[in-house]
Design a protein around this ligand. Sequence first.
Ligand code: ADP
Length: 393
Amino acid sequence: MEILSVNAGSSSLKFTLIELPFEKVVVSGTFEKIGIDGSFYTIKYNGEKIKKEVELKNHTDAVKILMNELIDMKILDSYDDLDGVGHRVLHGGDTYFDSIIITPEVEDKIEELFPLGPLHNPANLAGIRSFKEILPNTPQVAVFDTAFHQTMDAEEYLYAVPMEWYEKFSVRKYGFHGTSHKYIAQKMREILGEDKKIISCHLGNGASLCAIKDGKCVDTSMGFTPLAGFIMGTRSGDIDPSIIPYVMEKTNKTAAEIVTDLNKKSGMLALSGVSSDMRDIEEAYLNKDPRSVRAMNMYIKHIANYLSMYNTLLEGAEYIVFTAGVGENSDIVRKLLIDKFKFMGVKLDEEKNSTRGITGEISTEDSTIKVVVLPTNEELMIAKDTYDLINKE
Ligand code: ADP
């Protein structure tokens, strides 16, 4: 079956066509600057990348061009050849525990959740509606970033705030990166043949940890929004909320402007003064730039705090899994972090850890918790969920 995995942003649309059940990526690409001057798209196929500049007034223009390109390139014979479309949707609120076939009711619900995901849900829905317009008979599936975390207990997801904030305004922890953490949970089960107690560490520009037991999320570090948790590339992670009104008064900024500062101008970018990109920070760290050394030490300590918390919550984790840009590639971050747990017998095999592009176990035989590097694949997870739901119908 040919399944298209789609991630629609406000001015972009990323796609990957995957053949299932073989998990073969056929073609992928991105439409950029949709609705803005200078729009263009790129397509990667057979090891080649093409780029074309074209006017894209809206997402529907992008979908039309995409489908026609797939036919011109003889990847599909006709529109009907596409068996399903899986859409990444940021927020499923507390309604969606799993991916779901999109019906008009599901579209309404995604719209109802705009206040909880104001930057993403409207764009995700625009993508869904464009595909429905061009491919009215093709099944479409919504895959929510929050869904995997819906198994959290109220003891994990409630904040200690007036209960009516939760009851009337849905203020609670939702968690994000769920599709990635779910991929890690499923892949680990596939590799090990059973569910183990896992701490999944998705360390990218945005980053979160997830404690997983019996294949399900027990707790995760992001919260009501992706701003919560530990220090990220440009996000602050957890801070004392009283800082917000205090800085508003000092700077005459609005609450929304301060929240933007906390999302975009904080984290490793603010601490290092160098960059939000871990490659630049690593270089400055190795050159002993004092701010970058302090930033890196803080980053590691904050993640280690969450790792310790989840190790306790799971009553002894069996696996720590590193994934996403930093987790998959930064042997320095992995070493600094795991060294914090040497006192309890968690040990890295330094040679394996420093092998470029390694996947698999990087801990020693006698390590008390196994440490693994496993590349995430959110596009594949979206396509697999779509494939499974279509075949269940
Ligand atoms: P996102 O999807 O959140 O944008 P990614 O998972 O793509 O993030 O991760 C981006 C991060 O991964 C960046 O901070 C980047 O510096 C880091 N990264 C990528 N490659 C390497 C590498 N070889 N060494 C260290 N960090 C890396």
